[in-house]
Design a protein around this ligand. Structure first.
Ligand code: ATP
Length: 217
């Protein structure tokens, strides 16, 4: 990002994307509208620190993301975490992106409710808000934390007035209600393993890539 693009906000959406699916693409699209950003950078993690090694390599997960977003100018496949040889800690990614921005530019790091519920297991999680705002989208069947360290943290930093959040570069947690399609990467992988169709759960280009590379069989 060119530092001269000053007060333009930057939005990031991280995940394993194993594979990317229409649930991800739909909320990423809606996030660009809600947050009024030109585009959202979708960032597959290279070495997910909290999960077993995915069946598709980081390069393959990125290739599927690129195929899914090729005609979607508002959705940008970002390989920032693939350049690091260390585990993909979100704190390192947001700190790196922040370094490339002006101090005034708002930075939004978008996660799902399931990710929020376990955010206290992430490396230096409480420092995230030094660099960015956290935007949380709900997910079918997943509730906000009700007690414990994450609930306390949310209570302290939550702001429901988006215009106030947009005026600051970082420091708030904002909840938004988006269209949550009942699709998961786990379900897609299970369907493939059973020999079921995954058509219409992810773009055709991703279906073709998975078939060509015999992923998740
Ligand atoms: P898996 O089934 O392997 O756990 P997933 O479908 O949850 O994968 P991730 O790559 O873990 O996909 O998701 C990245 C982010 O997208 C997470 O913050 C997650 O909450 C969110 N997300 C995933 N699927 C949906 C969906 N259908 N609706 C809304 N958010 C979603």
């Amino acid at each position: 990002m060119d530092k001269s693009d000053n007060n333009m906000a930057v939005a990031l959406f991280g995940g394993t994307f194993n594979p990317i699916h229409n649930g991800h693409l739909r909320i990423a699209t809606e996030l660009t509208e809600v947050l009024q950003v030109e585009h959202i950078r979708i960032i597959p993690c290279a070495f997910p620190p909290h999960r077993v090694e995915p069946q598709a390599s980081a390069g393959q997960r990125l290739a599927m993301l690129q195929a899914a977003t090729v005609n979607q100018p508002r959705l940008v496949a970002d390989d920032i975490e693939l350049h690091r040889s260390t585990p993909s800690f979100s704190i390192d990614t947001v700190a790196l992106v922040r370094e490339q921005m002006t101090p005034q530019q708002p930075l939004f790091f978008c996660i799902g409710m399931d990710a929020l519920n376990s955010i206290n297991t992430w490396q230096r999680w409480e420092e995230l808000l030094h660099h960015c705002h956290i935007v949380v989208s709900s997910r079918p069947g997943v509730e906000a934390p009700k007690s414990g360290p994450v609930a306390d943290w949310v209570e302290e930093y939550r702001c429901d007035d988006l215009r106030l959040v947009q005026k600051k570069p970082a420091g708030n947690i904002y909840f938004c209600d988006l269209t949550m399609l009942e699709i998961s990467s786990t379900d897609i992988r299970n369907k493939i393993a059973r020999g079921d169709s995954i058509n219409f759960l992810t773009p055709d280009a991703v279906v073709e890539y998975i078939q060509q590379h015999h992923l998740y069989e």
